[in-house]
Design a protein around this ligand. Structure first.
Ligand SMILES: Cc1cc2nc3c(=O)[nH]c(=O)nc-3n(C[C@H](O)[C@H](O)[C@H](O)COP(=O)(O)O)c2cc1C
Length: 187
């Protein structure tokens, strides 16, 4: 926390350059309440988790763990792959959760939003992710839920939300998340 502002790691579950979830992260940065600083923490360079590598942990793992450790909270933005969490995001979770007993996620407040081009709002990915967050012992915002479909029509050319109603929903979500961090974070 810096000057009353919560530092939030944003983990984007897509590696695509034109990712809608990355666009969502950027649009969220534009409308976030003043006490929430959202920063995307990259997951694309993380080698696949393999416990054998812990003896001489890859630099990318260490940098990722340090980045999460330095934040007050984590916001997960995920697409849905085959009704579940994309492998890249699951790998980031696995990397951050180890070595055993040294998870960087423990007790960090979290929130989940899922976004897909499809109609179902990536509900399957959202809830599979929540299953991991229980085991990671992350107090996770329950309401409002955020299942977003129709990604292709969500953003204007400049990256802002095309509909005021979407913007209002996102502002409400982020405002509730800021309150949730205030309530649940480790002092
Ligand atoms: C391997 C794969 C599996 C997918 N499975 C689903 C799915 O189960 N449900 C869904 O709504 N969309 C599915 N999609 C579509 C993605 O959710 C969609 O492409 C989305 O825009 C990806 O997010 P991004 O734009 O942030 O990269 C799948 C896409 C890929 C590449």
């Amino acid at each position: 926390m810096t000057n009353g502002v919560f530092d939030v790691a944003v983990l984007v579950g897509s590696l695509r350059k034109e990712s809608f979830n990355l666009k969502l992260a950027k649009a969220m940065q534009q409308v976030a309440p003043q006490n929430l600083k959202l920063e995307v923490v990259e997951i694309r360079e993380l080698p696949l988790y393999n416990e054998d590598l812990e003896a001489d942990a890859p630099a990318a793992w260490t940098a990722f763990r340090d980045a999460i450790r330095s934040k007050d909270a984590v916001l997960f933005l995920t697409p849905e792959y085959n009704r579940s969490v994309p492998g890249a995001l699951k790998n980031a979770i696995d990397v951050g959760s180890r070595p055993y007993g040294k998870s960087v996620f423990t007790k960090k407040p979290a929130a989940v939003a899922s976004l897909t081009g499809g109609a179902l709002g990536a509900f399957g990915a959202n809830h599979h992710l929540r299953q991991s967050l229980v085991f990671l012992d992350m107090p996770t915002l329950q309401m409002p839920e955020l299942y977003l479909g129709g990604a292709a029509k969500m953003f204007d050319a400049d990256g802002s939300f095309a509909q005021d109603s979407t913007k209002e929903l996102i502002v409400k979500f982020l405002t509730e998340f800021a309150s949730w961090i205030e309530t649940t974070r480790q002092k």
